[in-house]
Design a protein around this ligand. Structure first.
Ligand SMILES: NC(=O)c1ccc[n+]([C@@H]2O[C@H](COP(=O)([O-])OP(=O)(O)OC[C@H]3O[C@@H](n4cnc5c(N)ncnc54)[C@H](OP(=O)(O)O)[C@@H]3O)[C@@H](O)[C@H]2O)c1
Length: 265
């Protein structure tokens, strides 16, 4: 089980759950100290010693290096949980020239998944109900940089997550791929924003363990009982907003993303 964003919140809760079930868990994170602390937590709760891999998804070369190291280490990855993600409070452009949210939350996992696809058994994508704030334009992935709104940029990247899972299921029908909304979860998410943190106080929070439930369920459920490519909430398929359910938009996003990260579409 390879879990990205495993140094905190939902990813860490999922990693602990997998390790307690006896799965071999690989933690991917960005911050070395938090990654080390997460490994310690997994060890304390399960007795397992997970492997650790560091990469910053704001740097596509980091993602390429991560894929190479994972390929060297494992012939087979039963589950790839594309869970790392964040909201960018300011308009930021990465070293690769993309708006930070669309790169860290969509382009980086898109690249990682493509580079590992030949050895991945199943893909789970942590999306969000915030996709309703998205306004994705595959012809202009940097559009959110103009008149920047953090929730708009974040929602666009989460819209991309749902479209990616649906298109991956169409292109790779042999790899069960699903996305899900974890609910509103008390994690480090948006911690730096007093405004978002204030707004989130009025929403019913879940524990990270509860937030990880659908991820763990999608990773373990018999694929024959699931709708391939579907979006889920609370262990049930849920229809996303129309803008995240358009197969033509999903196909265009795939092509645009492949061009953006420099792989064949
Ligand atoms: N919390 C919610 O209410 C909520 C609701 C819907 C969806 N989600 C989604 O759930 C997922 C997990 O978030 P969370 O709530 O568990 O928040 P979190 O506690 O902040 O964890 C986010 C994880 O993603 C990693 N990450 C962030 N930016 C990264 C980057 N540039 N490169 C590599 N790793 C990066 C973080 O690494 P570091 O430790 O280095 O920061 C951390 O491990 C995200 O995709 C988020 O969009 C959360």
């Amino acid at each position: 089980m390879v879990v990205t964003g495993a140094s905190s919140g939902i990813g860490l809760a999922a990693a602990v759950n997998f390790a307690c079930r006896g799965d071999q868990v690989v933690l991917v994170g960005r911050d070395p100290a938090r990654l080390q602390a997460a490994a310690e937590r997994v060890r304390e709760t399960s007795g397992a010693r997970p492997e650790l891999f560091r990469a910053d998804f704001a740097v596509l070369d980091d993602v390429r290096g991560l894929a190479e190291r994972l390929r060297d280490a494992y012939d087979r990855i039963d589950v790839l949980a594309n869970n790392a993600g964040a909201i960018a409070l300011q308009p930021l452009t990465t070293v690769d020239g993309f708006e930070l949210s669309i790169q860290a939350n969509h382009l980086a996992p898109f690249l990682l998944t493509n580079l590992l696809a030949d050895r991945v058994g199943r893909i789970v994508v942590t999306a969000s109900g915030a996709h309703r704030f998205g306004a994705l334009d595959p012809d202009d992935l940097n559009k959110p940089l103009r008149g920047y709104r953090p929730m708009g940029a974040y929602g666009t990247s989460k819209q991309a997550n749902i479209l990616f899972a649906a298109e991956a299921a169409r292109r790779w029908p042999h790899i069960p791929t699903h996305s899900f909304h974890p609910g509103v979860v008390r994690t480090r998410f948006a911690n730096d924003s007093p405004m978002v943190a204030f707004g989130m106080r009025f929403l019913p929070f879940r524990s990270p363990e509860k937030g990880a439930e659908t991820l763990v369920w999608l990773a373990n459920q018999d694929p024959a009982r699931l709708v391939n490519g579907a979006y889920h909430y609370n262990r049930r398929p849920r229809r996303p907003y129309r803008k995240a359910a358009d197969p033509r938009l999903a196909a265009r996003l795939w092509e645009a993303s492949a061009t953006a990260v420099g792989i064949a579409g």
